[in-house]
Design a protein around this ligand. Structure first.
Ligand SMILES: [Zn+2]
Ligand SMILES: [Zn+2]
Length: 345
């Protein structure tokens, strides 16, 4: 995995000092313009599309965070806590990622959430909108697993919604079997809208000349499917997307090693601590706790890579903008995912 770590330019949460650090070794282009543009875009969270073109040349792949919340959403159904009420006026979206080239309009969707309609609005560029109007918005869709936050959005691309033209849909063999054999997904397969393609774990698949994905199998409760994480490799940087896993120590590899092998890691951060699970058995909803993740990955978070917390449950205090828990994770060098955040690959 170490080959996936690369020399990199500045990302969203790096400081302006990066501007003076030198040249991007992969391209030998000065960083200055990129660093400035990244700072502009990241300062204006919510992805102001006018400034995106300034990010880089035509071959630039951007990973755009399309959502950062656990499957149930924020606000969650029937939730009237202060946190959920605040979110009624400040929408958050369920965890998802877009891998996008704004100039060409090429876009890959990573997980299809119930918030898909508004999430597609976050994908920049007229070229993408033109593609969408031709009912073929995505080069392909990649799915991690069959829990509601990760695939229900496919339905919005079916006959009653956009009615997409044939689109490759990459997932595990079990996930493909599930989609092919259960309605309403099976109708999308029969109609030829979803062209199912099985990703073999550990084997890199080329998505474009300068973009590949490698699926990693992860332990996660599997009522309908098994679960994958993805490592994307762009021309300059690699990104791990791992929104769901039961426990770090149930994985057949050390998360420290996997994260050390990439430049950017978006990780399952459903719960901050066991304290927020009062009245609910954690074995029903196993996920790593942020306090444990901070302990395991603290030194990596203080290095030059981005470790981004995502898939936050509505009970997670890190969602409170001024709360001590959020302050603690930021002080420890971690980042908190939010729709609109951009990482250049
Ligand atoms: Zn999930
Ligand atoms: Zn899940």
């Amino acid at each position: 995995m170490s080959r996936m770590k690369s020399e990199r330019g500045p990302s969203c949460h790096e400081t302006a000092s990066a501007v003076t650090r030198g040249h991007d070794q992969a391209s030998h282009r000065p960083w200055t313009r990129r660093a400035f543009a990244v700072a502009v875009v990241c300062g204006a969270l919510g992805a102001r599309f006018r400034t995106l073109r300034a990010l880089g040349p035509a071959d630039e792949w951007l990973a755009i965070v399309l959502g950062s919340i656990q499957d149930g959403g924020l606000p969650q159904a029937g939730c009237y806590t202060q946190r959920c009420d605040r979110a009624r006026n400040d929408p958050h979206y369920v965890a998802s990622l877009g891998i996008v080239n704004p100039d060409s309009g090429s876009a890959w969707l990573v997980d299809a959430t119930p918030d898909l309609i508004r999430q597609m609005d976050l994908i920049p560029g007229a070229a993408f909108r033109a593609r969408a109007s031709r009912r073929r918005p995505f080069e392909g869709i990649l799915l991690t697993h069959a829990h509601i936050g990760h695939y229900l959005g496919l339905a919005l691309l079916g006959r009653e919604g956009l009615g997409i033209e044939p689109t490759p849909c990459y997932c595990s063999a079990l996930m493909a079997e599930f989609l092919a054999n259960n309605g309403p997904w099976s109708l999308m397969v029969e109609e030829g809208r979803l062209d199912l393609r099985v990703l073999e774990p550990e084997r890199p698949t080329l998505l474009a000349d300068d973009l590949s994905v490698t699926a990693l199998q992860v332990p996660h409760r599997g009522e309908y499917s098994d679960t994958l994480g993805f490592v994307f490799e762009g021309p300059r940087r690699s990104l791990l997307y791992l929104p769901d896993i039961d426990r770090w120590d149930q994985w057949d590899r050390r998360v420290e090693d996997v994260v050390a092998g990439v430049d950017i890691a978006l990780l399952d951060s459903t719960f901050y601590s066991a304290a927020e699970l009062s009245g609910r058995d954690q074995s029903e909803v196993p996920h790593p706790l942020i306090i444990d993740t901070m302990e395991r990955l603290g030194s990596l978070a203080r290095s030059d890579r981005s470790i981004v917390l995502t898939h936050l449950n509505s009970s997670n205090p890190v969602l409170d903008p001024d709360g001590p828990e959020r302050e603690a994770v930021l002080a420890a060098g971690f980042e908190v995912a939010r729709a609109g955040q951009i990482h250049a690959l």
